[in-house]
Ligand binder design. Structure first.
Ligand code: RAM
Length: 899
């Protein structure tokens, strides 16, 4: 035991494991340090990586405190046996004296396609050295010339591509081919891209666990393929491969109305290597057979899927199936110039929800409540006497006791249909998903048993990296909404909403939300991919679309929505320590910045703005957007402030991207913009901006626009405005809310932030949960506003709330120069009224914990700092001050008097 005495406060800091702060011998039988969570490109499950220099990362688990890595060594071999024998035939980094453990570039022999490589990481630390378990990754096609497959597809009479009601109706395509393999299979790798969506089978076995694959892209610019090791599915002799194609986002859900890319098509290449070293390549070409009248008929992400069990074709993906009535597949147009491996994980069924209740309406329908606004679909076990045609219809809310509220879903039909074949079956639609809490079941002859129904929650496969819980039920309820909303809005891209006829990658919604989300989920590769999606929307005139991928073309040429391009790239650098996305996007980002500069008016102000402080709480309950000019922050204020913020980000990016010559450019542009902004909007006599909205003032403060020495006055106006009418409430929209919680707290009014976080009266997050929300609403007045734009599951109004939960309440942050939490800063804020917070965040370096509990005047705080990181620990003192101390890794307990 070691006791540390601090001035004024008695502080007990002791390593929890009973060891001391000094490096100690490990507990018997347990090594002091272990290398865990090894990753390639940030992925624990790395199948199909086509980077020639994939990057390695790992974590260190230490049972003793104060561990630092002193050196590492990475070895890569073509087999685990070789590694074990100490023979790294591909690469041996040699001993590298370094504390780095994130994104270390492979620098060995060229990598071959479709090959599994094995690697092992050795870390030397101050507490001894450790070697990881052997990890592996599978490469994709390393060179595009290796594609032998052709895009195949074709049209069918049943296709309704441009219907009057604009709801495209295209049946799923079934494609198949028999093939035979002479010799024993040593390895088999399948590369596949089925657009919009595919499900692949070999000899009747479904390949992979992904759903709604591959990930959606700007299909005219690039397409992603997936890679699978199918060695176990392919065998000597007769085989068959079968693929079902759904429409996804490739065949637009609306025509006209959305950008469509054409009818479904397939690109697949199966490379089989036999033990004699011979390779057989089975690639899509016109020898494949196809049809479009199988059980999965129309499928549309907005409208649902129709499954006709009477059309099932038992054995269709087995060798020897009689496909003589199928037709020959046609060669079709290559959709995009680039076909690349999908690095971001696919979507999977990630969770399940048991329905809470079901009841029968007078007219014989059933209404089921899932108890949670979820995104996914239902899996139903049918016992055979249910009915002929069963229908499921989905909604977020009920209109009245017996009917679903459909108006806010706009034109989305959200209906799954099952035509029964009179036999027991388990059914789950494949090529659709819904955002819903309530389900209407019709056509059932008897009441379905809840035990036969499961809600299947689908989103991108990613680890949950955060847990958070407090003594306050409102905060907990809102956090619950945040978690369900964030994951429910991952569909290979971050979306605005999952339920109505929109579901798009609107940039503005995730500008700061992505940062909060990164505490809860390992969304690293998803957001890295999205930055690229945004870049690929850039037009020749440098403008990027407000939606990426660009399924609606919205080139509104504004500043605030595209801001997400920059902030998400910055988030990846800060939260995951990965600067590659910002380095890759630097030049396109610069082009857009220079284009925006040309939009300065004569006074150096950017006047163009489209969305304003979107969705601020309006003056009357039924309004979507406020019409009250005293609430509205004017566009030029927002656009110019945002532009200044982007200049600052670019200044930083230029340094990181090695564009040092640009640093001065951004400084100069920033200086000009800031001066112009203050000249035009700052009322020095009053100490506020423009018309004195909370948004105008807080953004100016937080983004660094306020003149030297004026910050207190401006913040004083924020406080005056918020407290004028009694209890402070939110008055900000999508932009202001991104800075409000941190802004209030940083300038010394954490008490107001806490009030906002725990309010239950309108407008507030707690108002939503008090009114039945289980996800965050699109509008503060979502219970009363016009349904035309009123989703029950948008994440944008979370603003910086999730960041505030983790970084401020739990105190889990990092210092300004730290990346990926290499140098942590722990500083919990202890609001009156909160008696405990428990939070954990698995950072790129490992698990950070902060758990505090208040007991009278005392605060008991336990925190964990991962191995090979250090932390600046700000220990709360009396009078709201902090005592800052420096800690190495370990778990510590502190008791301190705060009153
Ligand atoms: C709505 C979207 C989104 C928002 C845009 C401006 O239609 O749902 O949330 O970013 O408009």
């Amino acid at each position: 035991m070691k006791y540390t005495f601090l001035s004024l406060t008695l502080l007990v800091a002791t390593a929890m494991s009973g060891a001391t702060n000094a490096v100690a011998a490990p507990a018997k039988g347990k090594p002091a340090v272990a290398v865990t969570a090894t990753r390639v490109e940030g992925l624990d499950h790395a199948e199909g990586i086509d980077c020639p220099r994939p990057r390695f990362s790992w974590q260190l688990d230490a049972s003793v405190p104060n561990v630092k890595q002193t050196a590492y060594r990475i070895r890569v071999a073509s087999s685990p046996q070789l590694l074990r024998k100490g023979k790294a035939d591909l690469w041996d980094s040699g001993r590298q004296p370094s504390d780095r453990q994130l994104y270390i570039d492979y620098a060995g022999q060229p990598l071959a396609s479709g090959t599994r490589y094995y690697y092992q990481i050795e870390s030397q630390t101050t507490a001894g050295s450790a070697v990881s378990r052997v990890g592996n990754w599978l490469t994709g096609l390393m060179d595009r010339t290796e594609w032998r497959a052709l895009w195949i597809g074709g049209s069918f009479d049943s296709d309704v591509e441009a219907p009057k009601d604009r709801r495209t109706r295209i049946n799923a395509r079934y494609l198949r081919r028999d093939f035979s393999i002479a010799g024993r299979v040593r390895s088999a790798v399948l590369y596949i891209s089925g657009l919009g969506l595919y499900e692949a089978y070999i000899n009747g076995h479904r390949i992979g666990t992904q759903v709604l694959a591959p990930g959606p892209t700007n299909y005219d610019r690039e397409v992603m393929y997936n890679t699978f090791d199918v060695t176990r599915e392919v065998r000597r002799g007769a085989n068959a491969i079968g693929v079902v194609l759904g429409n996804g986002r490739f065949m637009a859900m609306r025509n006209p109305g959305m950008r469509g890319f054409g009818l479904p098509r397939l690109l697949a290449q199966l490379v089989v290597t036999t033990t004699d070293g011979r390779q057989t390549v089975i690639a899509t070409d016109t020898s494949w057979r196809m049809m479009a009248d199988g059980p999965i008929q129309t499928n549309n992400e907005f409208d649902g899927e129709r499954y006709d069990a009477t059309r099932e074709m038992p054995g269709w993906s087995l060798a020897g199936y009689d496909d003589s009535r199928w037709r020959q597949a046609e060669r079709v147009k290559t959709p995009a110039p680039v076909v690349r491996a999908q690095i971001n994980p696919n979507i999977e069924v990630m969770d399940s929800v048991a329905p809470r209740s079901i009841y029968r309406t007078a007219d014989g329908r059933y209404i089921m409540d899932m108890g949670q606004n979820m995104v996914g679909r239902l899996r139903i076990r049918l016992r055979g006497d249910e009915g002929d045609t069963l229908r499921l219809r989905f909604a977020e809310r009920m209109k009245d006791r017996d009917s679903l509220f459909m108006l806010n879903l706009r034109t989305a039909l959200v209906t799954d249909t099952y035509v029964s074949a009179h036999k027991a079956a388990t059914w789950e639609p494949r090529f659709t998903l819904h955002g819903f809490r309530f389900v209407e079941l019709s056509g059932f002859k008897r009441q379905p048993s809840l035990a036969d129904i499961q809600g299947r929650v689908v989103y991108d496969r990613m680890a949950t990296t955060g847990t958070f819980d407090t003594s306050d039920p409102t905060i907990n309820a809102v956090y619950h909404c945040a978690v369900w909303g964030i994951r429910g809005n991952y569909r290979g891209i971050p979306t605005d909403c999952p339920q109505r006829d929109e579901r798009l990658g609107w940039l503005g919604d995730h500008a700061t939300g992505s940062y909060g989300a990164s505490y809860i989920y390992d969304a690293h590769q998803l957001y890295a991919k999205w930055v690229r999606d945004i870049t690929l929307t850039q037009r020749a005139d440098s403008v990027v679309s407000d939606i990426a991928p660009r399924y609606w073309s919205v080139y509104s040429d504004n500043v605030t929505w595209p801001m997400a391009w920059y902030t998400v790239a910055a988030m990846l650098d800060e939260q995951y320590g990965d600067s590659q996305p910002l380095r890759e996007a630097y030049e396109p980002m610069k082009k857009f910045m220079l284009h925006l500069k040309n939009r300065y008016d004569d006074h150096g102000i950017i006047t163009r703005d489209v969305y304003g402080d979107w969705c601020l709480p309006p003056e009357s309950p039924e309004l979507i957007h406020s019409k009250d000019s005293t609430r509205i922050t004017r566009g030029p204020v927002l656009a110019t402030a945002a532009y200044y913020r982007l200049c600052r980000l670019m200044e930083r990016f230029a340094g990181i991207a090695g564009k040092t010559a640009d640093v001065a450019l951004w400084q100069e542009m920033g200086r000009e913009t800031r001066e112009a902004f203050n000249r035009r909007f700052y009322h020095a006599d009053k100490g506020w901006y423009d018309n004195n909205t909370v948004t105008a003032n807080i953004l100016a403060l937080r983004w660094g626009l306020v003149p030297e020495g004026e910050a207190d006055r401006v913040f004083g106006q924020v406080v005056a405005k918020m407290t004028a009418a009694g209890t402070p409430h939110i008055s900000t929209g999508v932009l202001g809310t991104q800075e409000i919680m941190r802004g209030l707290t940083d300038y010394g009014r954490g008490d107001i932030a806490y009030t906002l976080a725990t309010n239950r009266t309108y407008p507030s997050w707690g108002f939503m949960t008090d009114h039945g929300a289980t996800t965050i609403w699109e509008l503060w007045n979502g219970d009363t506003a016009n349904p035309r734009m009123n989703s029950g599951n948008h994440i944008m109004l979370l603003g910086d709330l999730v960041i505030w939960y983790y970084q401020y309440l739990a105190g889990i942050g990092q210092t300004n120069d730290s990346r990926g939490y290499s140098h942590i800063r722990l500083q919990p804020r202890i609001p009156e009224g909160l008696s405990h917070v428990n939070a954990t965040h698995r950072s790129p370096y490992g698990l950070i914990e902060s758990r505090w509990r208040r007991d009278g005047n005392m605060l008991h705080w336990q925190f964990t700092i991962p191995a090979n990181t250090t932390a600046e620990v700000c220990i709360p003192q009396r009078g709201g001050t902090y005592d800052t101390r420096h800690y190495g890794s370990g778990t510590y307990e502190v008791s301190t008097a705060i009153r």
